[in-house]
Design a protein around this ligand. Structure first.
Ligand SMILES: *[C@@H]1O[C@H](CO)[C@@H](O)[C@H](O)[C@H]1NC(C)=O
Ligand SMILES: *[C@@H]1O[C@H](CO)[C@@H](O)[C@H](O)[C@H]1NC(C)=O
Ligand SMILES: *[C@@H]1O[C@H](CO)[C@@H](O)[C@H](O)[C@H]1NC(C)=O
Ligand SMILES: *[C@@H]1O[C@H](CO)[C@@H](O)[C@H](O)[C@H]1NC(C)=O
Length: 268
C-alpha cells in the first residue's frame, strides 16, 4: 500500500509543466479510495498551478451565430508547431511548416487559422463555450500553452412584465411586478422616471409602495446578458392603476381631465 501511495497521482498534466505529484505515504496509507478522493481534492490546486505557469488571455464573449476569432497577443517570434485545442484533450487543428491539419472534431467545417494564427470559428453556439488552448512548440523544443476562454450567449428574449399586484393602501399604492425569463442566465434592472431602482441584478421582481409625490409614470424592466438587452414597460396612473401601453394610460389620464371639463363645456 505504501509503495502504491508513492506512485504519481496525476501522472501527466499536459502543458502545465507540473507533471508529477507525489503524496507522502502518511497522507495516504489507508485505502486506495482515499487516494482517489485526495486526487479530486487536489485538482483545484493543480488548476491554480496551471494558470500560474501558463498564459491566459482575456475571455471572449460572443452572441450565438456570430463569427469569432481567438487571438493570442504575445506569441514567441519563432515556433515550429502550433496546435489549437478545445479543452485539454481535443485537438482542433495543427500548424507545422506552413501546413494546417484539421482534426476530426465538432469544429471541422467551422474553423480556420488566420494569418496571425488566431483561431476563427464560424457560427458559434452556446455549446462552444469553453477554454481553448494554443500550444506552441518553439525552436528549442519547449512547449508553452496559452489559455483563452470563449463564452457564447443567446440573445435575451423580450421580457413580458407580469402585473402581480396593484393594491391601494391609505394614500398610496402597493405594486408588485415580475419580469422573469425562465431557464436563462439574465440580469434584470428596473427603471422608473427617476432612474434605476436598487433591486439587485438577480431580482426579477419589483415590489414598491408609491404615493402621489413619488410615483413614476412608467416602470421598465430591462433584461440583459453580456451580449444583448431587451426591455418591457408598464405605465402607471394615480391613484393605483397599471396599464401595458402608454396609450391606455394616456386615455385614462385624458378621461380624468375631460370628465370634469365636458360638463363644463356643455353648460357654458
Ligand atoms: C460569418 O462568416 C461567414 C463566412 O465568411 C459569412 O458568410 C457570414 O455572413 C458571417 N456571419 C456573420 C454573423 O458575420
Ligand atoms: C414613496 O414615499 C413613501 C412615503 O414617504 C415611501 O414609504 C415609499 O417607499 C416611497 N416609494 C418609493 C418607490 O420611493
Ligand atoms: C450580471 O451582472 C454582473 C455584474 O455586472 C456581471 O458580472 C454578470 O456577468 C452579469 N450576468 C449576466 C448573465 O449578464
Ligand atoms: C428599451 O428598449 C428600447 C428599444 O427597444 C430602447 O430604445 C430603450 O433605450 C430601452 N430602455 C431601457 C431603459 O433600457
Amino acid at each position: 500500500m505504501i509503495s502504491r501511495a508513492l506512485e504519481p497521482l496525476v501522472p501527466f498534466w499536459p502543458g502545465s509543466g507540473l507533471s508529477v505529484v507525489f503524496l507522502g505515504s502518511n497522507m495516504c496509507s489507508q485505502r486506495w479510495e482515499w487516494c482517489l478522493a485526495l486526487e479530486f481534492l487536489m485538482l483545484p490546486h493543480l488548476f491554480l498551478a496551471t494558470s500560474i505557469q501558463d498564459h491566459s488571455e482575456h475571455p471572449v464573449t460572443a452572441i450565438s451565430g456570430s463569427n469569432v476569432s481567438l487571438q493570442i497577443s504575445s506569441l514567441p517570434a519563432n515556433y515550429k508547431q502550433l496546435t489549437w485545442l478545445y479543452t485539454t484533450n481535443q485537438k482542433i487543428l495543427e500548424w507545422e511548416s506552413n501546413r494546417t491539419n484539421f482534426f476530426k472534431s465538432k469544429f471541422k467545417d467551422r474553423v480556420r487559422l488566420n494569418q496571425s494564427h488566431a483561431l476563427c470559428i464560424y457560427n458559434v453556439q452556446k455549446e462552444d463555450s469553453s477554454t481553448y488552448i494554443l500550444r506552441v512548440l518553439d525552436e528549442s523544443g519547449t512547449e508553452k500553452d496559452w489559455h483563452i476562454s470563449l463564452e457564447v450567449h443567446d440573445p435575451v428574449p423580450k421580457p413580458d412584465i407580469e402585473i402581480r399586484k396593484t393594491q391601494k393602501v391609505n394614500n398610496g399604492c402597493h405594486l408588485q411586478l415580475s419580469c422573469m425569463i425562465p431557464n436563462q442566465s439574465i440580469n434584470y434592472t428596473w427603471y422608473g422616471d427617476s432612474g434605476p431602482f436598487s433591486t439587485g441584478l438577480q431580482n426579477f421582481v419589483l415590489e414598491i409602495t408609491v404615493e402621489p409625490q413619488n410615483y413614476s409614470k412608467f416602470y421598465t424592466c430591462q433584461a440583459s446578458n453580456p451580449v444583448s438587452s431587451k426591455n418591457d414597460t408598464v405605465y402607471f396612473t394615480l391613484p393605483c392603476q397599471l396599464a401595458r401601453s402608454s396609450g391606455v394610460a394616456w386615455i385614462a389620464t385624458w378621461l380624468m381631465v375631460m370628465v370634469p371639463i365636458v360638463p363644463g363645456l356643455i353648460w357654458t
